[in-house]
Design a binder for this molecule. Structure first.
Ligand code: BES
Ligand code: ZN
Length: 458
């Protein structure tokens, strides 16, 4: 196919463009990167126009802008694909653990190292380049294409729901395509049909109204750090079972059929241990590792601080202690309800000698997509062409809140076609994208559009 030949002939330029994209530090959660996030949006709009989209614009929201593009020349008989991705990235911290600077994309062997390389700039860019390949060889893609690239995914997509509601017609499509996930193993491409949701809270514990000498007051004043540690320890038993009353009420157990399918997915525990660096796995023994990390809800502290943390010793009984706490949710748990249950329980556990404040930060609904859809079949064939491997269907434990929103507001299913690898180190220092997966991802996207273009819409 000419589009594939074209993509292969232009690999080096595509990679150079991705490197330019990665140089822009579009960290959405940090106000100091406001201008960088805007720059990334403008950069992406310009590349969409260059790739052939007749229309591409940066659209304002209450937060960071959405980049929208549309190319609907394939005719009414052809399906419309809504491609979602995010051009924002996680903070690069801790900076001193990066072997090369996070915003100076660095090639090492077959990998490209930079914050956002895999999550999600490298992945979303595969589709932009697929469209360009169609434009250069056939004049236009064989399907109608719309793009919605957001700048707030890594900070919980606070403005996206309102944006989707407001622009329902503009975003109307037959299906959504999202590349923001990854392979379950290095040679195991994976189509994701289930994602977890999220409820995220911040806890602030206040003891005395200023720091105290721990010798003078220790013993009669409750230390807020001690209180916080006890409190968070009481939220979960030693096997990960969550002790918040009502937490499991709406959890849908995995059907036997699905458990059997997941059990057949090639998963190597030893490789997984190597990938994580942990001495052994942990958690609910009655569920497999794959089940635990994708179809079971969890509770994790993401940060905990207070008191003196610099070198040396300081004997202080601090005034405050803080924690950030997230819960990954599964169908049919509701993030808001879970956040309320958790906040009520934390307040109820608080001893009278301290004050405890609980603030919700953000959340996202879990999602399950229809595994039987012909679009999934087309995606599977596209992987076989692009990677020479048949993909497995799996659930994953991360969250992409827009998937549930596109179901409920736009009424469309999402095809989660990821190109990341398990050792891409998302959200961690030394994030990378495997360059062959970038190139093959472009080809897989070309094939996917080709298959969809030839299929009846259903
Ligand atoms: N790309 C991830 C989601 C992901 C990672 C899905 C791995 C499946 C496997 C996405 O960018 C992400 O990190 N999402 C956040 C969402 C949150 C901030 C609401 C997450 O999962 O923490
Ligand atoms: Zn992410």
């Amino acid at each position: 196919m000419e589009a594939i030949t074209y993509a292969r002939a232009h690999r080096d330029r595509c990679l150079a463009e991705l490197q330019d994209f990665l140089r822009i530090p579009s960290v959405s959660t940090q106000a100091k990167h406001q201008e960088d996030v805007e720059e990334a949006a403008g950069w992406l709009r310009d590349r969409l126009l260059e790739a052939g989209f007749p229309e591409a614009r940066v659209m304002p929201t209450d937060g960071h802008p959405v980049v929208f593009a549309e190319w609907s020349d394939a005719g009414d008989a052809a399906p419309t694909l809504l491609i979602y991705g995010h051009y924002d990235v996680q903070p690069p911290d801790p900076l001193d653990l990066w072997k090369t600077p996070p915003f100076e994309p660095t090639l090492k062997g077959d990998d490209l190292y930079a914050r956002g390389a895999s999550d999600d700039k490298g992945q979303l860019y595969t589709h932009v380049k697929a469209v360009e390949a169609w434009r250069e060889t056939r004049g236009a893609p064989p399907v109608n294409v719309k793009c919605i690239f957001e700048g707030e995914e890594e900070s919980g997509s606070p403005s996206l729901e309102a944006f989707i509601r407001e622009h329902k017609d503009l975003l109307s499509a037959d299906a959504a395509l999202v590349s923001d996930t990854g392979f379950i193993g290095k040679d195991v491409p994976s189509i994701v049909y289930g994602l977890r949701g999220l409820a995220y809270l911040e806890i602030e514990v206040t003891g005395p109204d200023h720091d105290l000498h721990s010798g003078t007051y220790g013993g009669a004043v409750l230390n807020p750090i001690n209180a916080l540690c006890r409190l968070v320890a009481d939220l979960q038993d030693e096997n990960g079972r969550i002790l918040i009353p009502g937490f499991y009420d709406r959890v849908v157990e995995l059907p036997d059929e699905e458990r059997a399918e997941l059990a057949a997915v090639p998963f190597d525990r030893e490789t997984w241990l190597e990938e994580t660096g942990v001495p052994t796995d942990w958690g609910e023994a009655e569920y497999s590792i794959l089940e635990r990390v994708s179809a079971r809800p969890t509770l994790d502290l993401n940060g905990i601080w207070g008191g003196y943390t610099e070198p040396g010793a300081k004997t202080v009984l601090p005034s405050k202690a803080f924690a950030k706490l997230s819960m990954r949710l599964v169908p049919d748990q509701d993030p808001q309800r879970i956040a309320e249950l958790a906040a009520d329980h934390i307040r109820a556990l608080a001893p009278p000698a301290v004050q405890v404040e609980v603030r919700p930060l953000h959340g996202g609904e879990p999602a399950l997509v229809d595994r039987e859809s012909p679009m999934i079949e087309a995606a599977s064939r596209a992987y076989e062409e692009g990677f020479g491997l048949k993909p497995v269907l799996v659930r994953r434990g991360g969250s992409i809140p827009v998937v549930a929103k596109m179901q409920s507001i736009l009424g469309i299913e999402t095809i989660l076609m990821g190109f990341g690898l398990p050792d891409d180190r998302l959200h961690s220092p030394n994030e990378k994208f495997h360059i062959p997966n970038f190139y093959r991802g472009i080809e897989t996207s070309i094939h996917f559009m080709d298959f969809l273009g030839g299929e009846p819409v259903s």
